[in-house]
Design a binder for this molecule. Structure first.
Ligand code: NDP
Length: 419
């Protein structure tokens, strides 16, 4: 096996060899955005379970960016197989944009081979629809002892939202009391029902019991499909009022841990009534179940069968119009005065498609993953162990958002939020 690497970014040559794992909607964006920076990413590998998907993306990368990338087939749940590939190729960094189920296996292979690690979604066991950071935080000593860096949750949310919080703490506030993260997709893909990223992961996430943090404890409220779900109409920049539902989202867990004195943090996501009605019906008839059921002499998992029927999120871009607006509203004090600010990005589905043949959800995930990788291989982010990105300096990352297709705004906020 390759000996443990030095600190990320510690090397003579400036161009890095990286391996992207996962050739879905997000993998497509990461591959193209990395290929647009040959001065940073000198050699790009794309590996996934289905080689044909890697090859299709590689052909588009060549066409769009004029860059050759290498491809490989790998089952990332097979640590020995993945470690053999990492050893053969010798990348400096793995960008994991496969599914959350693979996170720990990919981290294990990185440890074996001395490779740094970055992902966009926290680990979730396949048989339980529950995600939390504890499993990956438990790798802290192992990554530190090998002199390796693992950066967790570097998409948009988690990801950019965490960086927005770090930026607000560094530049806008002496003390932050409350954070409201608001995620609005005001786009229209033209299908009666589709999910914007992997349907299985997406539906597991949005059907959970909702939690938010208030006065030192997690408070539970009903899931978005139940009568008691908490929602309100928020007037989003450029797109107008949209019904926004309280939802549990993983970045709240790490932000509560890394922001002292936070009195409240909530996450809101917009859902249209047709989406909620479809999902309610699917849930009522058992199509969102994640356990095996007997069907014509074989076992199937209903949510996986549903995934096979739904549009591939990666294919939605061609007809998608409208915008996403994702950001954070902060309430706190600066120089003894109360201050409320709104820090957000607006991304356009059609513009994303024009640039990298992707809708805006994959785009807003893939661009930050590329920027995080850039921060690591350039040594802007350095460290040994496991990090959430609010623990790292936000400044260069914020600059790169502006340069790489995700410009942000910060404004005073004078609207109202539910108490
Ligand atoms: P897709 O389902 O489109 O792509 C996932 C890819 O991973 C597929 O190519 C799939 O292969 C591959 N894969 C699955 N299992 C394995 C395995 N065992 N070994 C190797 N490859 C495997 O998902 P998305 O691109 O939409 O999402 C990718 C990730 O991004 C997810 O983890 C998702 O949660 C995360 N995400 C994060 C967001 C954020 O803002 N932080 C927002 C949106 C997504 P195959 O094609 O063969 O199935």
């Amino acid at each position: 096996m390759t000996p443990a690497a030095g600190r990320v970014g510690d090397k003579e040559e400036t161009m890095a060899k990286i391996m992207i794992i996962g050739a879905g909607g997000v993998g497509n964006v990461v591959a193209k955005k990395c290929a647009m920076h040959p001065e940073v990413f000198g050699e790009i590998w794309l590996a996934s379970r289905t080689l044909a998907k890697c090859e299709a993306i590689a052909a588009e990368v060549k066409q769009v960016c004029g860059v050759e990338i290498s491809t490989a087939r790998v089952d990332a749940d097979n640590v020995a197989e993945l470690a053999a590939l990492l050893d053969r190729v010798g990348p400096e960094l793995v960008i994991n944009v496969a599914l959350p189920y693979q996170d720990l296996h990919i981290m294990d292979a990185c440890l074996l081979c001395g490779v740094h690690y970055l992902d966009t979604a926290n680990y979730e066991p396949e048989d339980t629809a529950h995600f939390e950071y504890s499993w990956q935080w438990a790798y802290q000593d192992r990554f530190r002892d090998k002199g390796l860096m693992a950066v967790l949750g570097c998409g948009f949310d988690p990801g950019v939202t965490n960086v927005f919080c770090a930026y607000a703490r560094k530049h806008l506030y002496d003390s932050i009391e409350t954070i409201d993260i608001l995620d609005c997709n005001a786009g229209d893909h033209g299908h009666p029902f589709a999910t914007n990223f992997n349907p299985e992961i997406n539906i597991r996430e949005v059907t959970q019991v909702v939690r938010h943090w208030r006065d030192g404890a997690w408070v539970e409220t009903p899931p978005i499909l139940d009568d008691g779900a908490v929602h309100f109409s928020f007037d989003y920049p450029l797109v107008g009022p949209r019904e926004s539902y309280l939802l549990y989202h993983e970045e709240m867990e790490s932000l509560v841990r890394h922001f002292d004195g936070l009195r409240r943090i909530r996450f809101w996501m917009t859902f249209g009534q047709p989406y909620l009605t479809h999902l309610k019906v699917l849930e009522n008839i058992g199509m969102t179940r994640i356990d095996e059921v007997e069907f014509e002499g074989q076992k199937i998992v209903p949510i996986r069968f549903l995934k096979a029927l739904l549009p591939d999120p990666g294919s939605l871009g061609a007809t998608y119009s409208g915008k996403t607006v994702i950001g954070c509203i902060f309430d706190g004090t600066r120089d003894g005065k109360r201050r409320r600010t709104y820090l957000y990005n607006v991304c356009d589905h059609a513009e994303s498609f024009k640039e990298v043949q992707s809708q805006a959800i994959s785009y807003t995930t893939g661009v930050p993953a590329m920027i995080g990788a850039m921060m690591m291989v350039e040594g802007v982010w350095r460290g040994e162990g496991v990090f959430n990105i609010e623990q790292l300096d936000p400044d260069r990352f914020m600059d790169e958002l502006n340069k790489n297709g995700l410009p942000w705004q910060v404004v005073d906020f004078d609207g109202t939020l539910p108490d």
